[in-house]
Design a protein around this ligand. Structure first.
Ligand code: 523
Length: 131
């Protein structure tokens, strides 16, 4: 079976990490994630991430480094995470999400993250400033 990659962004701005609350599908709605989506054929993970963040949040972003690790989502789908920073625009929940929050390191546990995102969120949090 070919494994498809879902790429998500640990998006940083001013010492905070972006969290997005899913509005669909019903089994994921209300849970928080690092925003992103499936790679399309021929795309690099970075290209897919920039496209997904543009479509879902209306922002232009610049990908950084890959957060080490790969997390199974369901059969045939794995999650990879890259850091990214916003280079223009203010994120808005245009599709798939109904709320966005910028979280400091100390606020990371204040939202109900999807289980599969938690290891990457913990790692992303280590890249946030202490203050
Ligand atoms: N996840 C997930 N965590 C996470 C993302 C971005 C996605 O667990 N941070 C899961 C949710 C879905 C699957 O990965 O089961 C695909 O994500 P989705 O729906 O955001 O990807 P899209 O936008 O590419 O999906 P299509 O609407 O199917 O094109």
């Amino acid at each position: 079976m070919t494994v498809r990659v879902v790429v998500a962004g640990a998006v940083y701005d001013q010492g905070r990490l972006l969290a997005a609350r899913r509005s669909a599908p019903p089994e994921l709605a209300g849970r928080w994630e690092l925003p992103g989506g499936k790679l399309e054929p021929g795309e690099s993970p970075q290209q897919a991430l920039v496209r997904e963040l543009r479509e879902e949040l209306g922002v232009e972003t610049e990908p950084g480094e890959r957060i080490p690790g790969e997390w199974p989502l369901k059969p045939g789908l794995v999650l990879q995470v890259w850091t990214a920073r916003v280079v223009s625009g203010e994120p808005r929940p245009l599709q798939d999400h109904d709320e966005l929050r910028w979280l400091t390191r100390h606020e990371l546990d204040t939202v109900d993250w999807l289980d599969q995102d938690r290891p990457a969120v913990a790692e992303a949090g280590r890249r946030l400033p202490d203050g």
